[in-house]
Design a protein around this ligand. Structure first.
Ligand SMILES: Nc1ncnc2c1ncn2[C@@H]1O[C@H](COP(=O)(O)OP(=O)(O)OP(=O)(O)O)[C@@H](O)[C@H]1O
Ligand SMILES: Cc1ncc(COP(=O)(O)O)c(N)n1
Length: 274
């Protein structure tokens, strides 16, 4: 079987299977990384929206992380929905305690349907406790605006926000995602030294539930395998573009992306270009 690479996601459960823990584990699996989870909250959710949020007690979250790390070990970790300031605090402590060096922080704040997945009073904890530990942070445009306090209306602004997330808040790198912009969905990576723009075609579809989770999980999987940050982000961009392009068309609202697409269509050269 060769070497087994391992990744842990610390995030919320999406009963509908398109975002959160479920999206992360499907993505890890497709990229041939062994996936593990520490669930922070259970959501009852489908493509129409979030119907309920049930937070897991702190000792339960800590127990899941300790169980996994102490026995199986992790090559990379990602965070998603962290829900409350105390959860952020706990995760930061665990990252330090377990000497996690490859940490992808997806600063999940609001679900596509509008439900809040991060308490308003948790934003400070996110900025001060978690961002300095992150190898890379992956906000969408509204999240980058909340983190930096600046308005983002152009690629120039996206670059400025990515720069601030690194220089002001201490993250190793930042990718400001362009899914919420108009026009091509260009993502801006600042790796601490230079900017890289990652562009793809925009597919007009309502089935974009969990795009951010899937993208950041793909970065995590590639980092777990030892890829450079730039290569990991490039692979993740390809993974999510194909997952959006080959939509499944499930559910009456914002349906999930297609986590099989990279595997089924990823080796077709033209699949990203047409
Ligand atoms: N319609 C689209 N066509 C192609 N790529 C897209 C589209 N929408 C988003 N993307 C890409 O998907 C990735 C995720 O970006 P997005 O800005 O949607 O994240 P997000 O809002 O955090 O996602 P979510 O909250 O749904 O999990 C980025 O690489 C972005 O460029
Ligand atoms: C448990 C969980 N985590 C993350 C998201 C964000 O995904 P989206 O913005 O596509 O709803 C979500 N809806 N649910």
């Amino acid at each position: 079987m060769g070497q087994i690479y391992k990744a842990l996601t610390i995030a919320g459960s999406d009963s509908g299977g398109g975002a959160g823990i479920q999206a992360d584990l499907k993505t890890f699996q497709m990229l041939e990384v062994y996936g593990m989870s520490a669930i922070t909250a259970v959501t009852s959710q489908n493509t129409l929206g979030v119907n309920g949020i049930y937070d897991i007690p702190l000792e339960g979250i800590e127990g899941q992380i300790n169980s996994v790390v102490s026995d199986i070990g992790v090559d990379a970790v990602k965070t998603g929905m962290l829900s409350q300031p105390a959860v952020i605090e706990l995760v930061a402590e665990q990252v330090i305690k377990h000497k996690i060096t490859k940490l992808v922080v997806d600063p999940v704040m609001i679900a596509k349907g509008g439900a809040s997945l991060l308490a308003d009073n948790a934003q400070d904890a996110l900025r001060s406790r978690l961002l300095p530990l992150a190898s890379v942070v992956t906000p969408n445009i509204p999240e980058a605006e909340v983190i930096t306090g600046m308005q983002i209306t152009s690629i120039h602004d996206m670059k400025e926000a990515a720069l601030r997330i690194v220089q002001q808040f201490g993250a190793g790198a930042a990718v400001v995602k362009g899914g919420h912009s108009s026009g091509e969905p260009t993502d801006v990576l600042y790796d601490g030294e230079q900017f890289h723009l990652l562009t793809a075609s925009r597919y007009e579809t309502r089935h974009t539930h969990g795009t951010g989770c899937t993208f950041s999980a793909a970065i995590t999987a590639e980092l777990a395998k030892g890829s450079s940050l730039f290569d990991a982000v490039q692979t993740a961009k390809r993974f999510i573009t194909l997952a959006i392009r080959y939509e499944l068309g499930i559910g009456g609202g914002h349906g999930p992306t297609n986590h099989w697409a990279y595997w089924r269509h990823g080796n077709m050269k033209e699949s990203m270009e047409s």
